[in-house]
Design a protein around this ligand. Structure first.
Ligand code: ADP
Ligand code: GLC
Length: 520
């Protein structure tokens, strides 16, 4: 069965990326297309999305976007193709909103008009379906940035010819960021103040877009089963646990996949030497080269621990900072790559200057170094306070770099703890989010490395054999889409709708890459 799916999000690899959300939006559509679906993606055209490099072409006409009290706003639409597929991706061209260097903030301060920027994205995504004559069976929104989409589908667009029949899915990649704004944003949504209630869109006297999305979406999911359970508790719900619990019957978890074309030690182009589970020789070369490039002593006989992360509290960097002085008393080496909160830049930079023999720190975003850390290290540390899915632990396993993780969300779901007696597992876990637990578990891993090399070799083989594929995740998303469509239409109507699919509609979808034809 061929479904029409619209995916709307604020970032996608390779066009614009702040975090793992972009990896997901960059990958999932390709795998859905491979399963035979007509998938389209829409996102803003930020400055950094280069029109020439990606051969974007402008569609004729402009999109008219009704922005409530602001009135109609307009934007151009560019069309490109998701690399490695035929999936069309549409970019909204709005100089005022998206012609900025960074996606969400400047100097760690969210842009003041983020409400308008992302309500615009949500509305324009739905208007685009009309412009393209593309009636989606389901619209798939991601995080607070497009959480207004399910709200608008149930209100403003509920009688719309192209959208009335469409179901919606909201994927929550992160509960902490909710899109919380001054209540006046209700007038921009333009759906009426009766939706500004504690049940729906109101939270602490503000408009909370994520809350609205959770209330309105036909289906909800998060990026691991563990996180789907966690966000129903006060510890992980960031105040929205109540509304999530109310919708728990529609909520599930699907672990993200890994792009194994990009993350594969056998053919990784960023590495000085390649290696595989059968021939691990190249991993030693990677370790030496990494130590040399970071100015660490080139020693084979010391365990090297890596970390690549946004430097924010979510990732447990405060706990790492507390544990660091004690950790550096051990005979280990540690490398940290990341950017984020200013205190962390100063603190970790300072420690690196003090202990150049044991600790290296690179502030910034560096994909090549991220690959070399994955390949060259013995262990990979993720002490997250919460982690909806987490990608680096999965990359690490493919490179035989054993994850040391706090057992939360996707980290708990994807890593199996080491069992020394049975030689099972593929990493090391701790539960308490504190410096003591972190220190003890790194100590355990390092002790194993020094005293049980066979145990480590067995763990490496286990880790390298493990796969988190997008094929698998896409199949689960397909099932979720069908469930959503069934709930929206009812079983009987779903059968009718699918039977009524005219050849014309199939033909139209085949011709999708011809672009938008203005109507007579
Ligand atoms: P989150 O989305 O919460 O940041 P994920 O683990 O899902 O966490 O995804 C993070 C992604 O960003 C990974 O692909 C990781 O390699 C990458 N990344 C994060 N920080 C850096 C950095 N400083 N340099 C290079 N890549 C980074
Ligand atoms: C969020 C989460 C991260 C997850 C990513 C992609 O940024 O913090 O855990 O892997 O989204 O789903």
């Amino acid at each position: 069965m061929r479904l029409n799916i619209l995916i709307t999000a604020s970032e996608a690899v390779p066009f614009a990326k702040e975090g793992g959300l972009a990896d997901v939006v960059g990958a999932l559509p390709k795998y859905l297309e491979a399963r035979g679906h007509d998938v389209r993606v829409v996102m803003p055209r930020y400055y950094k999305v280069d029109r020439e490099r990606y051969q974007l072409r402008q569609l004729p006409g402009v999109l008219v976007v009704p922005m409530g009290i602001i009135g109609n706003m307009y934007c151009g639409v560019y069309q490109g193709i998701m690399p490695g597929s035929n999936v069309p991706i549409y970019f909204l061209e709005h100089e005022d909103f998206y012609g900025r260097d960074s996606l969400y903030e400047r100097d760690n301060q969210g842009y003041l008009d983020n409400d308008n920027r992302f309500i615009f994205l949500s509305k324009a995504s739905l208007e685009l379906c009309k412009m393209l004559q593309f009636p989606p069976d389901l619209v798939h929104a991601h995080d607070w940035h497009t959480a207004a989409v399910p709200v608008l589908m149930n209100t403003w667009y509920r009688h719309d010819h192209h959208l009335a029949q469409a179901a919606s899915l909201l994927t929550i990649h992160n509960m902490q960021h909710q899109g919380s704004f001054y209540e006046g944003a209700m007038d921009v949504l333009g759906i009426g103040w009766h939706h500004f209630t504690f049940l729906e869109l109101e939270m602490d006297n503000q408009v909370n877009l994520l809350k609205g999305g959770i209330y309105h979406a036909t289906m909800l999911n998060t990026v691991s089963e563990g996180y789907a359970r966690e966000i129903q508790t006060a510890e992980y719900g960031w105040g929205l646990e109540g509304v999530v619990r109310q919708r728990s019957e529609t909520l599930s978890g699907i672990l993200n996949g890994v792009d194994y074309h990009e993350w594969n030690p056998e053919e990784d182009r960023f590495l000085p030497a390649n290696f595989s589970a059968r021939d691990m020789g190249g991993k030693g070369v990677c370790k030496r080269e990494l130590q040399r490039s970071l100015g660490l002593p080139e020693r084979e006989d010391v365990p090297l621990i890596g970390m690549v992360s946004r430097l924010v509290k979510q990732k447990g960097i405060d706990v790492l900072a507390q544990a660091l002085p004690r950790l550096l008393e051990l005979d280990i080496q540690l490398v940290l790559l990341g950017a984020g909160e200013p205190w962390a830049h100063f603190y970790f930079g300072g420690v690196a200057a003090d202990r150049p023999d044991r600790f290296a720190c690179r502030i910034g975003y560096d994909n090549s170094l991220a690959h070399r850390i994955e390949a060259g290290c013995d262990f990979f540390l993720m002490p997250s306070a919460f982690e909806p899915c987490g990608l680096n632990q999965m990359y690490s396993m493919r490179y035989g770099t054993l994850p040391i993780v706090r057992a939360t969300g996707g980290l708990d779901d994807s890593v199996q703890n080491f069992n020394a007696a049975e030689r099972t597992g593929d990493g090391f876990k701790f539960w308490n989010p504190d410096a003591g637990a972190l220190f003890d578990t790194v100590g355990w891993a390092v002790h194993t490395w020094y005293h049980d090399p066979e145990g480590i070799a067995a763990l490496r083989q286990n880790a390298m054999a493990k796969r988190f594929t997008w094929e698998n995740a896409a199949e689960k998303y397909e099932r979720l889409y069908l469930e959503g469509i069934k709930r929206k239409l009812g079983e009987e109507k779903l059968r009718q709708a699918m039977a009524e699919r005219t050849p014309a509609r199939e033909k139209a979808s085949r011709e999708k890459n011809e672009g938008y034809q203005p109507q007579a």
